[in-house]
Design a protein around this ligand. Structure first.
Ligand code: DQA
Length: 149
């Protein structure tokens, strides 16, 4: 069974009440429970923090903690955190960047992700489905690697 770490960054603890017309009505805990239900027996651990260093440390320690993949919604840090980018580059655990909203459709300052160049891929604009798509991809990919496809 795979171990998958879901990291949610700054302000994502406010989901449910934060701009529901953009981010939807679900709380983060409901989203993460829903994601776990789709995990087909794989382990999904989620961490949310408003402190950049917490996310940096979680990324740094992901290998030692036995994670196979990281799903990362860095929130606003996406657009300027070189520290998170460097942590991703420094560790040997693949990362999928996700966003609830379509950042390309929003303000100009959200169009650029400083993380995109160091992640395996980015999924944005599908609400909770952005996370689910990442999870399904990871499950398929790990299964294929195991049977050598
Ligand atoms: C977000 C998009 C970011 O621009 C924003 O700062 C967030 C959430 C998203 O999931 O759509 O906090 O990452």
């Amino acid at each position: 069974m795979a171990r998958i770490l879901v990291l949610n960054g700054v302000n994502l603890n406010l989901l449910g009440t934060r701009e529901p017309e953009i981010y939807g009505p679900m709380k983060l805990s409901e989203m993460m429970d829903n994601l776990r239900e789709q995990a087909q027996g794989h382990e999904v651990v989620d961490i949310q923090s408003n402190y950049e260093g917490c996310l940096v440390e979680a990324i740094q320690e992901a290998k030692k903690d036995g994670y196979d993949y990281i799903i990362l919604n860095a929130g606003a840090w996406t657009h300027y955190s070189i520290a998170i980018r460097d942590a991703i580059s420094a560790v040997d655990v693949p990362v999928i960047e996700v966003h609830l909203s379509n950042i390309q459709k929003r303000e100009n300052f959200r169009h650029n992700s400083v993380l995109s160049a160091v992640v395996e891929g980015q999924i944005a604009g599908f609400g909770l489905y952005s996370y689910k798509m990442a999870l399904f991809y990871i499950i398929e990919k790990l299964a294929q690697n195991k049977i050598g496809l």
